[in-house]
Design a protein around this ligand. Structure first.
Ligand SMILES: Nc1ncnc2c1ncn2[C@@H]1O[C@H](COP(=O)(O)OP(=O)(O)OP(=O)(O)O)[C@@H](O)[C@H]1O
Length: 266
């Protein structure tokens, strides 16, 4: 695994419980500049919770989180200006136009209004959305909203980017563009934490894959390293193997047979 010397992010014995239910049971992870971490795991494994803790959105965790070398509990939140975030289910101000929303977000991140407006306009044009720059977001399709959210997470040129299922709703052309954008950002020295269930994309873009299971890291390495350590071929196969899931055929069969049962009330 290629490591540069600069540690961007460090989780030390990170734990989290909600009402006594442990979601994270001791995560240790050091991330270095220029890595794309594919952060994967079954539904409910605690991926979004980890991201939210790192963003300072969730309190009450155990252990330590250091970002850019500072303990986030002791830092003054200035570190957040160097972070970009695409949440899994973003709430977006529907009644604003894309231009208004993006310049507002840019200003929140400390940008000058004019610079934010100018950059937003050019980035919207790159996604072929120049015609809807001044249109209310409420009329946008899911994919168009997602593009606005992606632009808003990158507008301020962050050093560390958290992406939680960022390709949701995007068409195949847009997915290709986003993958290339991420590759280029990493080449510029940005660090990316990428959480998704789309295994073939994670397999292709990640320089390192971290698999979370039962609140612990169950695998950590490059795709090649994971493949060597496991019998199966694709990341999807490795995921199923490591999470102990070999029931997909039986589950599908039972599911379909329940659907096709006659309705006794009909
Ligand atoms: N604010 C909260 N209050 C109570 N329980 C929570 C809260 N946030 C998360 N949880 C629980 O923590 C567990 C992990 O949730 P989380 O959203 O981190 O999982 P995830 O790995 O991102 O899942 P998915 O792949 O489905 O998005 C789940 O059981 C969830 O119900």
């Amino acid at each position: 695994m290629e490591l540069t010397s600069e540690k961007i992010l460090s989780l030390q014995d990170l734990t989290m419980n909600f009402n006594g239910n442990f979601v994270l049971r001791g995560i240790d992870l050091d991330v270095y500049r220029g890595q794309i971490i594919g952060y994967i795991g079954p539904n409910g494994a605690g991926k979004s919770t980890t991201l939210k803790i790192m963003l300072g959105l969730v309190d009450g965790y155990g252990g330590n989180v250091e970002i850019f070398g500072e303990d986030i509990k002791k830092s003054d939140h200035a570190y957040k200006r160097k972070i970009g975030y695409v949440p899994e289910n973003a709430e977006i101000y529907e009644n604003l136009s894309a231009a208004e929303y993006l310049s507002f977000m840019g200003e929140l991140y400390g940008m000058d209004r004019e610079a934010a407006e100018n950059k937003a306009e050019r980035l919207m044009a790159e996604f072929n959305m120049e015609d809807v720059l001044h249109t209310r977001i409420s009329s946008f399709s899911k994919g168009m909203r997602q593009k606005v959210i992606i632009i808003s997470s990158l507008l301020h040129d962050p050093d560390l980017i958290f992406l939680d299922e960022p390709l949701s709703g995007l068409d195949a052309n847009s997915v290709m563009v986003i993958k290339d954008i991420l590759e280029k950002l990493v080449k510029q020295g940005k660090t990316i934490f990428y959480s998704s269930h789309i295994m073939d994309v994670v397999e292709k873009i990640s320089s390192r894959i971290v698999l979370l299971k039962d609140g612990r890291i169950a695998a950590d390495g490059t795709f090649e390293e994971l493949r060597k350590a496991n019998e199966k071929g694709s990341l999807e196969d490795i995921f199923n193997q490591l999470t102990g899931f070999d029931e997909h055929k039986n589950t599908a069969e039972r599911f379909v047979s329940i659907i096709s049962e006659g309705d006794s009330h009909a």
